[in-house]
Design a binder for this molecule. Structure first.
Ligand code: GDP
Length: 434
């Protein structure tokens, strides 16, 4: 998916525009996990073209001087985005900061669209020509407050998207490895790659935000591991900020078919693990929980079982994810990972016939009656799978409010007992029958 970054000094209205662009996206899938994500990054769409929108203003640190913040924003945009929207404001006219950032963006060679915000009426719009002086070509007057002119900007933005969005064969399985620092992400990437036949390719390979390595297992299956871990040692200020590493992780997750969520067995489960893994869950990706550094744990008869129970307890929202215990150091059980990745990958493409699905739902209702609320009982009329990746089910009911979380969870478990959805999240969406 192409990425678009918005750059501009504070108060030009970046967040308003960000929300307008994102808000116009029609989606049937709503946030389920409740993990709150900083609004620095969101999925958006214009004329059927999907893209990621990045608000660089949300990433830089507020205690830096203004001109430094703006310079960092420009750098982030240049590194992360395919197209940059530079925002200015007609109220203040061309400012010193605008004049400072424009040449940096221009020199990068990336396409830059110049948007002039707060052009709320024709008189104000008449002043737009002044912004030609920034040397970024035609300025586009917009009004975030009134939602004017944004379409023209987006038309221009999508003209600059790269032709080929998909970099690999459909059959190539892409995965990434996420986890907090020091859990062994880089070691795992290196250990996995070390065991397999790496395919050197001059077509796809190194993208700007991550290092991709393509390899093939003995059974002839092709994989790509997307590695962001190695990127953080470059030493630029913003690269060490938490939000920036989250952005990097999100971008890698988004490109992945399967996400490996790594826990450090030596240190056990931490709060931060939950937050990081929540991103993968929220993105609706297939997930495998990898317990690394298993060599460091002193083992008795039930050590693995006990650790597994602990993981299940702590990550209840990932109950569908298989758990694999490995050691990147000794390479023990490492060969299980590609196998598991492939298995989980296949599960998400499962399509269930409506007739079978409705039988399962009827059986479920027979054993566990639907809930009632204020004297009204939930009625389920019909269930149908509307998509894969992730498998999404629409349940037509008398009143969506009556489908409580716990009952949805019960139905989900029934689906999981009946069909093999291991590793993949499932979405259940209640709809009122007209
Ligand atoms: P990252 O920050 O998640 O990429 O973690 P690294 O791959 O840089 O690893 C952090 C440290 O843990 C390094 O010192 C590694 O040598 C060590 N390490 C990684 N995997 C293992 C493992 O399976 N067992 C042991 N004992 N140490 C490991």
């Amino acid at each position: 998916k192409p990425a678009v970054a918005i750059v501009g000094r504070p108060n030009v209205g970046k967040s308003t525009i960000f929300n307008r662009i994102v808000g116009e996206r029609i989606s049937i899938v709503e946030d389920t996990s409740g993990v709150t994500r900083d609004r620095i990054y969101a999925d958006a769409e214009w004329l059927g073209r999907e893209f990621s929108l990045i608000d660089t203003g949300g990433i830089t640190m507020e205690d830096e001087p203004l001109n430094e913040q703006i310079r960092q924003q420009a750098q982030i945009a240049i590194e992360e985005a395919d197209v940059i929207i530079m925002m200015t404001s007609i109220k203040e006219g061309v400012t010193q900061e605008d004049e400072q950032v424009a040449p940096i963006l221009f020199k990068s060679g990336k396409p830059v669209i110049l948007a002039v915000n707060k052009a709320d009426n024709p008189e104000l719009r008449a002043d737009t020509y002044e912004f030609y002086s920034l040397g970024l070509g035609e300025p586009y007057p917009i009004s975030g407050a009134h939602g004017l002119g944004l379409g023209d900007v987006l038309d221009e933005v999508i003209k600059h998207f790269p032709e080929h969005e998909e970099e690999y064969d459909e059959s190539t399985i892409k995965f990434s490895i996420i986890g907090r620092p020091n859990v062994g992400k880089s070691s795992l990437v290196n250990a996995i790659i070390g065991e397999e036949r790496v395919i050197v390719s001059n077509i796809a390979g190194t993208t700007r935000e991550a290092v991709d390595t393509r390899f093939e297992t003995a059974n002839g299956r092709e994989f790509v591991v997307i590695d962001t871990a190695g990127m953080r040692k470059k030493g630029k200020v913003y690269e060490n900020t938490e939000k920036y590493s989250v952005l990097r992780a999100l971008r890698a997750i988004e490109r992945s078919d399967v996400v490996l969520c790594v826990i450090n067995a030596e240190e056990g489960i931490r709060e931060q693990d939950k937050r990081v893994f929540g991103y993968a869950q929220e993105a609706g990706k297939r997930i495998i929980i990898v317990v690394n550094k298993w060599d460091t744990v002193e083992k008795e008869t039930n050590t693995m079982k006990e650790f597994e129970l602990e993981v299940r307890e702590q990550f209840q929202y990932l109950s569908y994810a298989p758990i694999v215990f490995v050691s990147a150091l000794t390479k023990k059980r490492l060969h299980l990972l590609p196998e598991k990745i492939e298995e989980v990958y296949m599960n998400q493409n499962l399509r269930i016939q409506s007739s079978i699905l409705n039988d399962v739902v009827m059986d479920a209702v027979a054993t566990n009656p639907t809930p009632t609320d204020k004297g009204r009982r939930l009625k389920i009329f019909y269930t149908t799978q509307v998509s894969v990746s992730p498998p999404t089910f629409i349940i037509f009911v008398n009143d969506p409010e009556l489908l409580h979380f716990s009952y949805a969870r019960f139905l989900e478990n029934r689906f999981r007992d009946t069909f093999n959805f291991e590793g993949t999240p499932i979405r259940i969406i209640p709809r009122q029958r007209k």
